[in-house]
Ligand binder design. Structure first.
Ligand code: PLP
Length: 317
């Protein structure tokens, strides 16, 4: 547990992110995830996007001062029990979000903040201008409980700090998570969805790092009913490893079978929002990540195809 335990229906969550008009990612994914967890959801928009499952056509940033107005309107009234940030679009918006959240924290808020450092869409469109990376690292990460980069976001962030790295092994993942955690003064969940591992890699890695906790998900647990009903696309020999590096020490590897799927749009948004829901209820970071990553995994596994491109995962209730 992480402080006060709270029932889901008593939790209010705030997402500060961009809109995906096709409903799969961004604010829309966040609000669906909050609702699916039984929590009350609020949303501050940073940018509008014109996009679908195939491409991001255009991005329309909201004026930074209006982003600040939205956040202040929410927090003086309904106090969120956790906050998630997603697409911050540009350095001016990121700086405004940082300044309002820093002031909120100084005024005594203990609401955990989860930052998904969204940089580029799967289809290749820039969602965060590169001059914003410094703002994230300097002004946002230190007020966060958790930051959730994927492989390319971690590479961009460390590259920005003149610590170029290409993540191609579990050792690289551990090193990158460690560096980001100490530079950002926050815990880091480095997501391995774009990186395939094998069980041998995991065994070898955990032997060399005896203090690492390994959490085996789905393939290995008693939940066989779900696996038998929807096993399409599951690749038991290819594993996905997410690595949680906690600021106060301790690393946990979450290991599960990779799913070959075209229904992964909004996966990162959903995972970070689900973690925020778990933290709002008072769960520990380790348990929050375990539960949220399983939620996201099952959402991909049970998704129905939507659209012509990379469609959204399923928001299971
Ligand atoms: N659009 C918005 C508004 C987002 O916030 C994100 C990701 O966070 C995306 C698009 C990218 O979605 P994906 O890369 O999962 O397709």
């Amino acid at each position: 547990p992480n402080g006060t335990q709270r029932a889901a229906e008593n939790c209010s969550l705030l997402t500060i992110a961009g809109s995906d008009c096709s409903g799969g990612a961004g604010i829309q994914a966040d609000l669906k995830t909050f609702a699916a967890h039984g929590c009350y959801g609020m949303s501050v928009l940073t940018a509008l996007t014109a996009q679908n499952t195939m491409e991001v056509k255009a991005v329309h940033p909201i004026p930074p001062s209006f982003v600040g107005d939205q956040i202040r309107s929410v927090i003086v009234d309904v106090k969120p029990h956790a906050i998630k940030t997603g697409m911050l679009c540009n350095a001016e918006i990121a700086a405004e979000v940082a300044s309002v959240l820093q002031a909120y924290k100084h005024a005594g808020s203990t609401a955990p903040i989860v930052c998904d450092p969204v940089c580029v869409s799967t289809s290749g469109h820039t969602l965060l201008e590169s001059d914003s990376l410094g703002v994230l690292l300097r002004d946002i990460f230190p007020i966060c409980t958790l930051v959730t980069p994927n492989k390319s976001e971690a590479e961009l962030l460390l590259g920005h700090l003149d610590e170029p790295i290409e993540i191609s092994s579990l050792d690289n993942i551990l090193h990158a998570a460690d560096r980001l955690a100490s530079l950002g003064r926050c815990s880091v969940l480095l997501k391995g969805g774009h990186f395939v591992s094998t069980m041998e890699d995991v065994h070898d890695f955990s032997e060399r790092h005896p203090s690492l906790q390994v959490v085996k998900q789905n393939l290995f647990d008693e939940n066989m009913e779900i696996l038998q009903v929807v096993s399409t696309g599951l690749e038991p020999r290819k594993l996905v490893v997410d690595l949680l590096y906690e600021r106060n020490g301790g690393a946990t590897a979450y290991v599960r079978p990779r799913i070959e799927s075209t229904s992964t749009h909004g996966t990162g948004c959903t995972l970070s929002s689900a973690i925020a829901c778990e933290l709002a209820q008072g769960n520990s970071l380790r348990d929050a990540v375990a539960s949220a990553s399983m939620y996201t995994h099952l959402g991909i596994l049970t998704a129905q195809p939507i659209g012509k491109g990379n469609g959204p995962l399923n928001h299971l209730h």
